[in-house]
Design a protein around this ligand. Sequence first.
Ligand SMILES: Cc1cc2nc3c(=O)[nH]c(=O)nc-3n(C[C@H](O)[C@H](O)[C@H](O)COP(=O)(O)O)c2cc1C
Length: 148
Amino acid sequence: MTPVSRQPPILMVALSPRRATYTLIKSSRKASVNILGWDMLKILHYLGTVSLSKNPSKMATPEIKIVTVDGYPKIEGAQAVLYCDLRTQVSMGDHDAVFFDVVKVEFNEVFTPRPRVRDYKCILHIGGSDYTSSTDSVVSFDKGRITN
Ligand SMILES: Cc1cc2nc3c(=O)[nH]c(=O)nc-3n(C[C@H](O)[C@H](O)[C@H](O)COP(=O)(O)O)c2cc1C
């Protein structure tokens, strides 16, 4: 996932046509991007390794609480939620480049006013079942010089 335009706010997600999620997004034209903190890693891994097409009760597990806001699903406890409308998709290969208009954003205090990396352990996917996290140090440039 990456932002591609700030004005208007558009993001791109690489989605395989095999994902049940993608089929749902194409029919509803709505999606939400839920940013989960390190404390929700188990839920993230579950959502990323179990498919709704093979497990119709994927979302019925008690650890995951979904609320619907104006027709958009939202995972309770997410650090931030981007509410998205499907704009267009481009076929690329085994994944499509799927573009979304971000119509609303919610975020909690760790993103206010900028991400507070000391309070927010970002989940980074290494590959397969392996994950790591961001460091808590911040490096800034002030007139070309690095300050910590
Ligand atoms: C950390 C992680 C990241 C993933 N990222 C993507 C992705 O960017 N695009 C994609 O199509 N699948 C991605 N996947 C794979 C899907 O999440 C996975 O196939 C999932 O079972 C799809 O569920 P669904 O069929 O219910 O939509 C990722 C999986 C994991 C664990």
